[in-house]
Write a protein of this length. Structure first.
Length: 161
């Protein structure tokens, strides 16, 4: 059985956007495309209705392109447990107030048992200073915390499964 990866909105946005002139963003776009083409087959991919809502915003053509990329990826539901995890992440400061969507991404991925949460959000999700606090909150709900990582961190080593 393949490990499950919850794909957060930033990954789809980098995948679908026009090449950037900013070298950091351009590098992330290239890494995302490489992961998408070479690594995603190793995993069971999942998104959520929250991801669909976020990538469906903005320019209609760009939104349609983003939504087309995830059209065949199963969507995880936002359960009561996911909401409680998100609320606790916010209440404890593991995810700052005002970033409810980020907390809910983590809550959904954790409540549904995803092994990985793939994101380019280094500010509030994949942050070295907050990962342990996030894991502590998630684990207080008797859930395993998904590994919070970027496409660059989740790839490169193909295993026989």
């Amino acid at each position: 059985m393949k490990p499950t990866v919850y794909i957060e909105s930033s990954v789809i946005s980098y995948l679908a956007s026009r090449p950037s002139r900013d070298i950091i963003i351009a590098g992330r776009q290239a890494l995302t495309l490489d992961w998408w083409e070479r690594q995603r087959h190793r995993f069971e991919l999942r998104i959520s209705i929250l991801v669909e809502e976020e990538i469906g915003k903005g320019d209609a053509r760009a939104a349609a392109k983003r939504l087309a990329l995830v059209a065949d990826i199963p969507s995880l539901t936002s359960s009561d447990e996911a909401v409680r995890i998100a609320e606790s992440l916010l209440a404890t400061g593991a995810v700052p107030i005002g970033n409810e969507e980020d907390a809910l991404h983590i809550g959904i991925a954790a409540a549904q048992g995803a092994e990985y949460l793939l994101t380019w959000n280094f500010k509030y999700i994949n942050n070295a200073e907050t990962k342990s606090a996030i894991a502590e909150v998630v684990e207080s709900f008797d859930c395993a915390c998904p590994q919070l990582c970027s496409p660059e961190e989740l790839g490169g080593v193909e295993h026989d499964r």
